[in-house]
Write a protein that binds this ligand. Structure first.
Ligand SMILES: Nc1ncnc2c1ncn2[C@@H]1O[C@H](COP(=O)(O)OP(=O)(O)OP(=O)(O)O)[C@@H](O)[C@H]1O
Ligand SMILES: [Mg+2]
Length: 433
């Protein structure tokens, strides 16, 4: 019946169920906890139906969140019902035991639903970044094109002995664009891209983690074409084994290894591509390290990439720098990572805004905007910023001095010792990106 309803009617019905549950929860006595649970469950079913017909990604995101909250509320209520049931008659009837049995199944189903939803949420929305938004890293881009994009685009080329790469590890100092590069891959392919952060795997789904990994790989294998699974910050799950290793980390690791092996042996290897990123590859368990066919070093940007990166971060702002200025800045930022440069540029872009407070000379543009200027300008107007109409206040363009000022307080964050360590690792295990 509900299938034929339009989304608005479904929204209304869902909110009525939630209202009943909310009213019940506000009662001081005789709370019908079963009624609350049933209404939340009904509302959740409707939310799932709306989800299946909704196309707006923002609304889908909100529905996903709402659905997760409702699942957890249901779970909490079921636990509470079980507790009350136990208190009411621990010695007692088969009825209550049956009820508990039913609830256990319900709970299992709900967890399964929650896991499925969590997996679906890892499927990256396309279009946030593309390869052009990643400066430099040409070799890494080339390797990823060959490994992921080409096999999806031209499956007919990868037959017989010519098999596409299955697993690539990106490693390098913090802030060099590893995560951004992976996000860019997701925009370049049409197949599913699962983007998982390993800290999510551990903290959000304790006890459920290994099931989640298993189902994630199953979900990925069941899709048409070749899916990409990206696990960011893989070091937090795949550290070298140690005696004080946490139990759940160990289980996640074992499951992940099993899935990697399963993919090798079951012939599903060409259905999943695994991409991982880390900034401490030496911490990884050798069993994992060995399974990556390519380990690509994502280094600090060179002079050209620094130039490109700074320009990229200035996009959309009025920046008045000559080619010589850019070159000077690119030279002065030796050793900066991509994110150090992003911070530097941000600070420089902010300088004109900071200037506004101390300015009392303004020039008015033909379209009525006020821009700060030198007091000796014959056309200048003297005023405090608070005396001007706020919507008419504009900043001056950003100049090289703003960058030089920003360079004084924003320094590089990657230390030389760390770079030496990366160079040693690359010599033994890696490949330059
Ligand atoms: N090559 C690049 N091209 C464009 N932006 C970059 C690049 N490298 C770094 N950045 C900038 O730095 C920020 C951090 O990049 P990102 O998160 O991809 O780094 P990371 O290598 O994954 O770092 P971590 O190892 O700490 O996770 C990005 O949001 C982006 O602004
Ligand atoms: Mg990252």
């Amino acid at each position: 019946m509900a299938e034929s309803m339009d989304p608005l009617t479904l929204y209304q019905a869902a909110s009525e169920y939630l209202e009943i549950a909310a009213m019940e929860s506000q009662k001081q006595a005789n709370v019908d906890i079963g009624l609350m649970q049933t209404n939340i469950s009904l509302a959740h079913d409707l939310i799932c139906q709306i989800h299946s017909v909704e196309t707006d990604p923002l609304i889908i995101g909100a529905l996903n969140q709402l659905s997760t909250v409702l699942l957890y509320q249901q779970e909490t209520l079921l636990i509470k019902i079980r507790q009350l049931d136990r208190q009411a008659g621990s010695s007692s009837s088969n009825d209550s035991m049956e009820l508990i049995g039913v609830q256990k199944n319900d709970q299992g189903d709900m967890q399964k639903k929650a896991r499925r939803q969590a997996i679906e949420e890892t499927i990256a929305l396309k279009g946030q970044f593309c390869f052009n938004d990643v400066a430099g890293l040409e070799e890494a881009k080339q390797a990823l094109r060959e490994a992921i994009i080409m096999p999806v685009q031209f499956p007919q080329l990868f037959t017989g002995g010519r098999k596409p790469w299955q697993r690539i590890l990106l490693y390098g100092p913090p802030g060099t664009g590893k995560s951004r590069l992976a996000q860019a891959v997701s925009s370049e392919i049409r197949s599913n891209f699962y983007s998982v952060s390993s800290s999510d795997l551990i903290s959000s789904w304790v006890g459920e983690s290994e099931k989640l990994i298993k189902e994630l790989f199953q979900h990925a294998t069941s899709q048409e074409g070749r899916s990409v699974v990206f696990i960011d910050e893989i070091d937090s799950v795949c550290r070298k084994r140690s005696s004080h290793e946490e139990e759940h980390t160990r289980r996640v690791k074992t499951e992940l290894l099993k899935q990697m092996e399963g993919a090798d042996s079951s012939g599903s290897s060409d259905r999943i591509f695994l991409l991982c990123a880390t900034n401490c590859p030496w911490e990884l368990d050798p069993a994992f390290l060995r399974r990556f066919q390519k380990r690509i070093y994502i280094p600090l940007p060179d002079v050209e990439a620094r130039h490109a990166l700074m320009r990229l971060h200035c996009q959309g702002n009025d920046v008045q720098l000559s080619d010589e200025d850019w070159l000077l800045l690119a030279q002065k930022t030796e050793g900066f990572s991509g994110s150090d440069l992003a911070t530097l540029v941000n600070a420089a872009l902010f300088e004109p805004v900071r200037d506004l407070q101390g300015t009392d000379s303004w020039i008015q543009t033909p379209d009525g905007l006020f821009i700060p200027c030198h007091g000796d300008n014959p056309l200048s107007i003297t005023a405090n910023i608070n005396e001007l109409p706020p919507e008419r206040v504009q900043v001056r363009g950003v100049c090289v001095q703003d960058f030089l000022k920003s360079l004084v307080s924003n320094r590089k964050t990657v230390m030389q010792e760390e770079l030496i360590r990366f160079a040693q690792f690359t010599n033994s295990f890696g490949q330059h990106g």
